[in-house]
Design a protein around this ligand. Structure first.
Ligand code: ZN
Length: 673
């Protein structure tokens, strides 16, 4: 699985582009007007470093949060929106070419007259098919057939690399089927969540009415989803890759489930026959099996209709789109205003034709010089990590040798794929937006099915090149940096090294560290789930991680809600590792030739300002609540100060901080890598 440095939840996007005061030529590495000089860096370094920026950059109405990540994302989008607008006028594009696909997808999405005229016609056949089901057997066929159409349901069966044999693709079964962000939204008593649940019921009823269906099923659907939520493992339980690895003989497992017929479901989804399946959450399927009988067929049908309507809503009439936005974006995330139509269509285009668009992006905006700088940085980071491991005081020689072996085996991808994906099997038509959505879903599904029985393609990219993000893949033992993030404020080939190492360098270190966090450390140098630690070292690592978790557990950014130190464990370990390794790598980069101060700041101070600069942001309370429940990353403020309070060079750079909230005595600082 790919693990990004920042999570995007649901649909994100747009607003106006950040206007930087820029008096120098070229991009500014760090704009000192971001600093709040009234704040004390020993009290709150985040406020000090970017408080000025925060005061001047509230979250736009079209956004739920406004961070360096989505501001850069927005800048990339604006560049691409311009390119797409040009392509959409190209009348000569050849059928099947990138230009034709982009043009027709975009134009079909912009044709609101056709979309409004068609109403909900496009989903009526699926709704009628659901209506026609009269037996549990019919329900099985539906659960099967609806999968490739992108209609959500509880049976999450897919193909991916075998965690214990990273070269082979294998079939997995995972829990699925919830339409609120997390099981806690169904199960928690808190007034905020109770309020969301009653809004959810009203929302379902409205959506059914808009789709010309019986409108009083909201309560029944909530009740069914609550049962699924109750059967679902929590995010914490799901963090243990060994617990999720339950290899079974498919036929025997299917037989042990009395009511559900998985064989029928996977046949209807187009899987070839297979013997082995890895079940993520066996108890979920046992409960689901009970629910197939316990819940009435009528309720199952309502629930499937709900998934069909909700999943189609953003691509149908404006009534449906608006109601969908009011619940999922405004109620759940605090975004009050919808973006203009062209930007909404662009967003979908970006997720659907991501590589054809990425091709256009990198042609204009990514240079080979950037790639060379990055490769050099990555190697400096790797070498710094190898040094750090050699000098660790808590790890045995035996485990150190294996950790070093894993570090040496890491591979990386920078910028964009050497070979672009083949989209020739995707048909994009000029006259139906919804048809294009369905075609794209089937195309993606077929691409997954094609992996069955084949070796893992290690060259595959799990993020589009234009995306502002990065990831570590445990099964590939690799780190990946798309062209989208290799831009200011994270990186520019002409920035001073301190800013680059505090920005993208710490991101590189973060991704390396994921190979050694609470999850990644369980995978070996071949990308296999295979314990290579001595028991003693594992216990010492767990104790350090627990201490770090306890530190983050004390952070409360909204209401009486706290950061969950266990849920965010891997990311916090990676952030602490990230700045530690990048700081050491920066010294390698300087190789004894330390630079002059810039704008009155030493290179050490600029390194930490660079770190704060990439996590700067404002966020709406609704979105913050959502993310505290669902996001395995800590809020930006704690991503900045959480690692720093444990890091000696931070204290040296900003004058020891022997008092103040940032103060942590050397003996209590947590040093993992
Ligand atoms: Zn991460």
């Amino acid at each position: 699985a790919a693990c990004g440095i920042t999570s995007t939840i649901g649909s994100t996007h747009v607003g106006s582009i950040e206007v930087q005061q820029n008096t120098k030529e070229g991009p500014v590495a760090f704009d000192t007007s971001y600093i709040d000089s009234t704040a004390n860096p020993c009290e709150n370094f985040y406020q000090y470093a970017i408080g000025g920026w925060m005061a001047n950059n509230p979250v736009p109405e079209t956004e739920s949060r406004w961070m360096a990540f989505n501001i850069l994302n927005e800048q990339n989008r604006q560049k691409l929106i311009k390119i797409v607008a040009e392509v959409s006028k190209n009348t000569k594009a050849k059928k099947g070419s990138d230009e034709q696909m982009i043009r027709d997808f975009y134009n079909s999405g912009m044709d609101t007259a056709a979309i409004e005229g068609a109403g909900t016609q496009a989903i009526q056949p699926v709704l009628a098919e659901i209506d026609a089901a009269s037996t549990v057997d019919d329900l099985m066929i539906l659960l099967g057939k609806l999968g490739p159409l992108g209609v959500g349901n509880p049976v999450g069966i897919y193909i991916s690399a075998d965690s214990k044999n990273s070269n082979a693709n294998v079939v997995y079964a995972s829990q699925s089927g919830l339409n609120l962000p997390d099981r806690d939204y169904y199960l928690q008593d808190d007034a905020k969540f109770a309020d969301i649940r009653s809004a959810y019921v009203k929302h379902i009823n409205k959506m059914f009415a808009l789709a010309d269906q019986d409108a009083n099923v909201g309560e029944r659907i909530l009740a069914l989803e609550t049962k699924l939520a109750d059967a679902s493992w929590s995010r914490l339980e799901n963090r243990d890759p060994n617990k999720r690895y339950n290899k079974k003989n498919f036929t025997e497992w299917d037989k042990s489930l009395k009511n559900i017929d998985l064989k029928k479901i996977v046949n209807a989804r187009g899987f070839a026959a297979f013997d082995t399946i890895i079940v993520g959450q066996p108890s979920f399927y046992t409960s689901l099996d009970g629910l197939i009988n316990e819940v009435s067929l009528a309720d199952w049908k309502s629930y499937l209709k709900w998934n069909a309507i909700s999943g189609a809503a953003p691509y149908l009439t404006s009534d449906l789109e608006k109601e969908n936005f009011a619940f999922y974006s405004t109620k759940l995330r605090g975004t009050t205003t919808m973006k203009p139509r062209n930007e909404r269509v662009y967003s979908k285009l970006d997720r659907t034709l991501s590589q054809p668009l990425g091709k256009l992006f990198v042609k204009e905006y990514f240079s080979e010089e950037s790639k060379e700088y990055m490769v050099n940085m990555i190697e400096n980071l790797r070498s710094a990590y190898i040094d750090r491991v050699a000098n660790l005081t808590w790890m045995s020689q035996e485990t150190k040798e294996k950790a070093t072996q894993k570090l040496k085996a890491f591979t990386y991808k920078v910028g964009y794929p050497d070979e672009w994906e083949d989209y020739s099997k995707l048909e994009v038509v000029g006259d139906s937006y919804f048809q294009n959505i369905v075609n794209a879903r089937k195309f993606g599904y077929d691409k997954m099915l094609e992996k069955q029985g084949k070796p893992v393609d290690k060259t595959e990219w799990h993020m589009p090149p234009q995306m502002v993000n990065a990831y570590y893949s445990a099964s590939n033992n690799e780190i990946v940096f798309p062209a989208g993030i290799l831009q200011p404020p994270f990186f520019h080939k002409d920035f001073d090294h301190a800013i680059n190492y505090g920005g993208i360098g710490a991101v590189i270190g973060h991704e390396f560290s994921h190979g050694f966090d609470d999850q990644g450390s369980k995978y070996d140098w071949n990308g296999n789930l295979n314990s290579w630690w001595t028991e003693g070292d594992r216990a010492k690592f767990d104790a350090l991680a627990q201490k770090l978790g306890e530190q983050y557990d004390t952070y409360s950014p909204v209401d009486s809600m706290y950061v969950n130190g266990k849920l965010t464990m891997g990311e916090n370990i990676a952030d602490l590792g990230g700045i530690t390794l990048s700081y050491e790598a920066l010294k390698k980069q300087y190789n004894g030739n330390m630079p002059e101060d810039i704008d009155g700041f030493t290179w050490q101070q600029r390194f930490f300002l660079g770190w704060a600069n990439v996590w700067k942001g404002n966020i709406k309370d609704e979105e913050l609540r959502n993310r505290l429940k669902t996001d395995n990353h800590s809020p930006g403020e704690y991503r900045v100060i959480g690692p720093l309070v444990n890091f000696g060079p931070y204290y040296e750079a900003f004058g020891t901080c022997e008092t103040g909230a940032m103060h942590k005595h050397d003996s209590t600082r947590i040093k993992i890598w």
